[in-house]
Design a protein around this ligand. Sequence first.
Ligand SMILES: [Zn+2]
Length: 126
Amino acid sequence: MDAKKLEHFRNLLNEQLRANNEQVRDNQRAAADMIANDDGVKDSLDLSMQDHNQELALRLGERESEAVAEIDEALRRIDEGTYGDCERCGKPIPVERLEALPTARYDAACQSQIESRQGAGDISTL
Ligand SMILES: [Zn+2]
């Protein structure tokens, strides 16, 4: 991939990273608020709702950190010069796929083979 394209994807990934970091901060703030408002609430229903909300906020944070880890990986591949190559077969991943999914590690063929082996349908494909 040429330097100009790489720079384009680096910008895309940095933008996603920034958006995700904001999301993580929001979630952490929401969780902190819930914990801060904890005292004085003795009603058991309220307490269980609060536990539920805290757990939800933490879980959302986890998902965001996974996304951040994926973006970090992709940025690392740009630095190493392996970005845009399928990690399974080594063929270049089509630019259109990377545009839609800048963190893609596999081309569509390998992705679908990996998915059918895992039987998981929650990995985005094109
Ligand atoms: Zn492949």
